[in-house]
Design a protein around this ligand. Structure first.
Ligand code: NDP
Length: 256
């Protein structure tokens, strides 16, 4: 154990093969946690698990499309098996985006974003609750977005899913406090990942993003995973229900 370590802890991190999820898996594993992750791409997942094993990390993975209810149920059965029915940490990281004007969204796109970003997250919390409760001190972390805190050019459906996650954070923090489960939300501004590489390749757009960011640059996945790790540690046991922005100062930048 120890105040700044995660030895003996178990974690489920969704979407761990790339981007922020990958950084979170590696951060938690490096701090001593046993981690289970998932993604839809079997080959990429297999490669990552091999790399992690070679680095001495205790990480396993399941192929799983989190937008499908039965696959979420199977994932949690596998997690319960691996960790003996207990889970200390749930990091709800999976999310995707379609960026377009509100009047152009189809019903299918609405359903896909809601299922992937919000419904899957909600259902995973329901499924993980008994495991988190049994751990005696559970921590749920949502990877939300600045798009759920202020209005940005992200597409309105994505923004709605992230705003809902920030509210869910508050409700679960209160509802599950009696089970000693904490819930916190981490809201990143632009982070360099496979999700944003295309839009950031447009240098005009990146310049606009950077010009609104006091620290004058976009963020890196490791700058998100550091906070996620802290929110799982004994040092953060009085923090719950919060949405914490990791944004280079963007959301406090009125007009400077
Ligand atoms: P990436 O697209 O780079 O990575 C997403 C990860 O999730 C991959 O491992 C992917 O693997 C997996 N994944 C995606 N969809 C599913 C699914 N349906 N079922 C299972 N696994 C899935 O995204 P980021 O790292 O950029 O984003 C992670 C989270 O951070 C998201 O919730 C996003 O909204 C949020 N965020 C990101 C920001 C950024 O600037 N990058 C800013 C603010 C928030 P595979 O595709 O193979 O399934």
């Amino acid at each position: 154990s120890g105040r700044w370590a995660l030895h003996g802890k178990t974690a489920l991190v969704t979407g761990g093969t790339r981007g922020i999820g990958r950084a979170v898996v590696e951060e938690l594993a490096a701090l001593g946690a046993a981690v289970h992750t998932c993604s839809r791409n079997e080959e990429e997942l297999g490669e990552r698990v091999k790399e992690w094993e070679a680095r001495g990390f205790r990480v396993t993975g399941s192929v799983c499309d989190l937008s499908a209810r039965d696959q979420r149920e199977r994932l949690l059965r596998e997690v319960a098996d691996r960790f003996g029915g207990k889970l200390d940490i749930l990091v709800n990281n999976v999310g995707t985006n379609i960026r377009k004007p509100t009047i152009e969204f189809s019903a299918e796109e609405y359903s896909l974003l809601m299922a992937t970003n919000l419904e899957s997250t909600y259902h995973l919390c329901q499924l993980a609750h008994p495991l988190l409760k049994l751990s005696g001190s559970g921590s749920i972390i949502f990877i939300s977005s600045i798009a759920g805190v202020v209005a940005i050019f992200s597409g309105s459906i994505y923004a709605m899913t992230k705003g809902a996650i920030n509210q869910l954070t508050k409700n679960l923090a209160c509802e599950w406090a009696k089970d000693n489960i904490r819930a916190n939300s981490v809201a990143p501004w632009y982070i360099r990942t496979t999700l944003t590489e295309k839009i950031l390749a447009n240098k005009n757009f990146e310049e606009q993003v950077v010009s609104r960011t006091p620290l004058g640059r976009v963020g890196e996945p490791g700058e998100i995973s550091a906070l996620v790790a802290f929110l799982c540690m004994p040092g953060s046991t009085y923090i719950t229900g919060q949405t914490i922005s990791v944004d280079g100062g963007m959301t406090v930048n009125g007009f400077y």
